[in-house]
Write a new protein. Structure first.
Length: 248
């Protein structure tokens, strides 16, 4: 039953040399399943910094080479590492409202950003239960900066965070669900065997928007994330946008 959740795909290229070398170098094969999940999760959360790649559907090996990732590309890398460790996992796709990216997207470009942005998380099989993993998206330095910027505030939907518990979010691997962007979700596409299945039917930022994003905007966004990481959190205008949250 779980074989399809261990399969390699063009995006989940866990047999690539760079991913195999990483697993071997870290000694993750010698760990028990709980610690294997935790090691891969912590690596993707903090050693792959929060940032924006060229597209959502790049292979896991490319994400590793970039050294940065957002929700979808970090999900790809974590899934590939888990499957490379023979741990079954599957992919769940969504959209989030663009307000979650406010403060990261430059205000000049914010009006042309699609209202709904592709989002995803990993569901991993551990002790016969499917556990939802999404809390790996923001690295700890970004999260620390947001917590300092908004002391005493728990609800935040901006700067890449979508949470009602900003000061104490469930982002560490403890054998249970983790989340950091869940409150921004406004559409649920359901569960897929692999990310390849979602991206075959759903694309974003195509045409001139894609060219603009790839050539200019994502590099600007990555510079803004780096400023946030060092404690320089840009102010954003008050927004009257609202969205309907999916109950999960």
């Amino acid at each position: 039953m779980t074989e399809k959740y261990l399969t390699e795909t063009p995006i989940l290229d866990f047999n690539s040399r760079v991913l195999q070398d990483l697993i071997d170098a870290r000694g993750w094969r010698d760990l028990d399943p709980y610690d294997q999940i935790g090691a891969a999760y912590d690596f993707v959360r903090n050693e792959i910094k929060f940032g924006y790649n060229s597209s959502d559907d790049i292979p896991a090996s490319h994400v590793l080479s970039d050294g940065i990732g957002q929700c979808n590309t970090k999900t790809t890398l974590l899934m590939a590492l888990l499957r490379g460790l023979d741990i079954p996992c599957k992919f769940r796709g969504f959209t989030i409202h663009k307000s979650l990216q406010r403060g990261v997207v430059p205000e000049l470009f914010y009006p042309i950003v699609p209202e709904n942005i592709l989002h995803s998380w990993v569901e991993v099989l551990f002790e016969e239960k499917w556990i939802k993993l999404e809390g790996f998206i923001l690295d700890q330095l970004v999260l620390d900066a947001l917590q300092r910027e908004f002391p005493g505030q728990n609800s935040l939907c901006a700067y890449g965070a979508g949470t009602d518990c900003l000061q104490s979010p469930d982002v560490e691997w403890k054998g249970k669900d983790t989340f950091i962007q869940k409150t921004g979700i406004n559409q649920d596409f359901g569960v897929f065997d692999a990310p390849d299945d979602l991206y075959a039917d759903h694309k974003q930022l195509t045409g001139w928007r894609g060219l603009l994003y790839n050539g200019i905007v994502r590099h600007w966004m990555n510079r803004r994330v780096e400023k946030i990481r060092t404690g320089n959190v840009p102010a954003i205008p008050a927004s009257e946008e609202s969205f309907e949250q999916v109950v999960l």
